[in-house]
Design a binder for this molecule. Structure first.
Ligand SMILES: [Zn+2]
Ligand SMILES: [Zn+2]
Length: 194
């Protein structure tokens, strides 16, 4: 049995951000807890060899599977990431713009209320914090907007990074051509259909 198929799968993270930072696209698995993110870096990703890190994106209609794995110098602590995500503008931007190389970083995702942000921070409704009522209910002041409460999120990137140069986009029908993507879908999708 190839060793890659015995590496456990991990999907206990909140999502993935794609950001320009340090002149390169960054792929950023997101956690809602900083301690958890740094533990995962120290215990697992730190031991990955840059040259063996692989990212696979398997597209299924408007969703995609994010798959990330590597050989490790500490195989007993190793696992591979996967997550089924909605396609987004940032995902498309990454797909078109990565140029064959990206940095891998972990990020911490925090929901912010109006009091936590600057005046010009954008709400999910697309209007700024300043445009929201400062009273008890911080609803949006734009007449045509029905936003009842300012809400926004902030992503903090952790400093440490690895370089990924093995990045492949696949359609689900081609998934058998790629060992990592096939292992992932076979284990997490096809063998779990009830
Ligand atoms: Zn709003
Ligand atoms: Zn609004």
């Amino acid at each position: 049995m190839p060793s890659s198929s015995s590496i456990p799968w991990f999907d206990n993270f909140v999502g993935v951000a794609y950001r320009y930072y340090d002149l390169r696209m960054n792929v950023v698995p997101l956690f809602d807890d900083r301690k958890k993110a740094s533990d995962i870096w120290h215990d697992t990703i730190h031991w990955w060899l840059d040259s063996s890190i692989k990212i696979r994106f398997v597209e299924t209609s408007d969703e995609y599977w994010f798959i990330l794995g590597s050989d490790s110098q500490r195989p007993e602590n190793n696992f591979s990431f996967f997550k089924v995500l909605q396609k987004s503008e940032n995902y498309d931007r990454f797909k078109k713009g990565h140029g064959g190389e990206a940095y891998l970083r972990l990020g911490v995702y925090a929901k912010k209320s109006r009091k936590d942000v600057k005046k010009d921070a954008l709400c999910d409704c697309s209007h700024t914090a300043e445009d929201h009522d400062e009273g008890d209910n911080d609803s949006c002041l734009y007449e045509k907007c029905n936003c009842k409460q300012f809400s926004s999120f902030l992503v903090t990137l952790l400093k440490r990074k690895k370089t990924i140069s093995d990045i492949v986009f696949l359609d689900e029908k081609n998934v058998k051509d790629d060992a990592l993507a096939w292992n992932c879908l076979n284990f997490n999708k096809y063998s779990k259909s009830d």
